[in-house]
Design a protein around this ligand. Structure first.
Ligand code: SF4
Length: 482
């Protein structure tokens, strides 16, 4: 039996099965304990501090009580609170990104993924550097500045050298006014040595989904391949941090296991990173199992309703207020629209989840990893966000200014990030509007920018942002950022 120790470097201790089971029991016993629930909501509420705002967050046990609570008025209060916290730390900005699939060769046996090695019907494809370049041009032509690269685990077809070469190619492409300014990387758990190489290649966030924190289920869901090693996978973020990557992204694949278990495990992982490295996850993603080639989500019996899914998102936002939260095009427009108000801060747009998907003339995209539910163009997504009072942001300034890891977190936790992110969002939105937007989107965009500039409290910051936006509009490109 392992003890529960968040500061341990052993997965069985910081993601401790006993602690999770006791947490779920405690949460279920207290789900109608209104006094406790009120005190937790009060604890999590944003509080003024100096010129900024601070949010205390909640522990995995505390947040699990909120998640278990099924009192409708309290749930509504949680949704409102999640929105308040999101506004306090992130404002109404939504960061835009797109995935780029490099290769679907994979030697793992993950039962929920069509790239698993037993799938003999799916075509296997790996992009050449020329194809990477063409995909990047297609992404730049839409207006993307931030990518998340994806590849299956295959040391022969997708060795680290291949990934590094692709990153170099991506950063080297500058088509018209386009460039990719941040490459986040979602590849299999690897060694400290390889994480150092990724760091040196200038990656943004290293993303690795845990899939499930339940070790028993994990071993069943990953029957073969290197990913079968639960501890090696779960301890990957510690190795990434040791390799110098201080922005890491967590996530589980909701639907594989009971959601209460995953929720507690995810928060314990965040607590572990804070306890050991002094910095929690840069992002948390919330994918749900989806249909794909040879995958039927119905065989996993832990499917979540949209209501429960929304509540999980709100409770993660309340518990880990500083983290960026990501939702992909796995979800429909309706679901994405709803959860943007409960704490999501990053979304993908116009995604293709197949290898070479951005340059394939038309569907069916036979190498897709999962079915996309939101098939709108980037222009449509950007316009939709603005019509719903969000500011689509193409900003990558923090990473380029070295504000990563604890430096980003310190700004964020003090509520100070708004002083630079808000103007940066407006300037990069202006770049997008000039270079890529339809006339209708452009019109709505500049009306929004005008209103939002007025909200910048510091005269100097407002003046500089206004000047830069005027310069962008008159084609005087400046690489300025706060
Ligand atoms: S989830 Fe990743 S590791 Fe597993 S089969 Fe799919 S691509 Fe391979």
């Amino acid at each position: 039996m392992y003890p529960y120790r968040p500061e341990s470097m052993i997965a069985d201790e910081f993601i401790n099965d006993d602690e999770i089971l006791q947490t779920i029991q405690f949460a279920n016993e207290n789900k109608h304990n209104v006094e406790l629930i009120d005190s937790l909501l009060e604890k999590a509420r944003p509080k003024k501090k100096g010129n900024g705002v601070v949010c205390a967050g909640l522990t995995h046990r505390e947040a699990s009580v909120l998640l278990a609570c099924d009192i409708p008025e309290k749930t509504e209060e949680m949704f409102r609170l999640a929105n308040e916290i999101k506004q306090a730390y992130y404002g109404n900005r939504i960061v835009m990104f797109a995935p780029l699939y490099l290769s679907n060769y994979c030697i793992n046996g993950c039962v929920y993924c069509p790239y698993h090695t037993v799938n003999k019907s799916i075509p296997r494809k790996k992009l050449t550097q020329e194809e990477v370049r063409n995909e990047v041009i297609a992404l730049q032509d839409m207006g993307h500045k931030r990518l998340a690269i994806e590849a299956g685990e295959d040391p022969v077809n997708n060795p680290i050298e291949y990934i590094l070469e692709c990153i170099k190619t991506i950063y080297s492409v500058h088509h018209k006014n386009g460039d990719i300014r941040r490459v986040n990387v979602n590849i299999a758990a690897t060694t400290v040595e390889n994480y150092k190489k990724l760091k040196d290649a200038g990656i943004g966030t290293y993303i690795l989904f845990q899939e499930t924190y339940n070790k028993k289920s994990y071993l069943e869901l990953h029957p073969t391949g290197p990913k079968h090693d639960y501890n090696y996978h779960t301890e990957a973020m510690d190795r990434a941090m040791e390799g110098g990557i201080d922005d890491v992204g967590l996530g589980v694949l909701f639907g594989l296991e009971g959601y209460q278990y995953e929720f507690a495990g995810l928060l314990m992982h965040a607590e572990h990173l804070e306890a050991v490295h002094g910095v929690g996850p840069h992002t948390i993603s919330v994918p749900r199992v989806k249909k794909a080639d040879d995958i039927d989500p119905g065989v996993f019996d832990n499917g979540l309703s949209d209501d429960k899914f929304a509540k999980i998102i709100a409770c993660i936002r309340i518990a880990v207020p500083y983290t960026g939260m990501i939702i992909s095009t796995r979800e429909s427009e309706a679901v994405r629209g709803r959860v943007l108000d409960y704490g999501i801060s990053q979304i993908s747009g116009a995604s293709r989840t197949s290898v070479g998907g951005y340059t394939e003339a038309e569907r069916p995209h036979d190498t897709e990893q999962f079915d996309v539910s939101d098939n709108r163009s980037l222009d449509e997504v950007v316009r939709w966000l603005m019509e719903n009072d969000h500011i689509p942001s193409f900003c990558t300034a923090c990473y380029r200014e070295g504000r990563t890891g604890d430096r980003f977190m310190a700004l964020c936790k003090n509520g100070q990030i708004l002083n630079c992110c808000h103007p940066n969002a407006l300037m990069t939105l202006s770049e997008y509007l000039e270079d890529y937007a339809s006339e209708e989107t452009k019109k709505i965009g500049y009306e929004l920018i005008e209103q939002e500039l007025k909200k910048i409290p510091h005269d100097n910051v407002r003046r500089i942002a206004t000047e830069n936006i005027e310069a962008i509009r008159s084609s005087d490109r400046r690489d300025f950022r706060f």
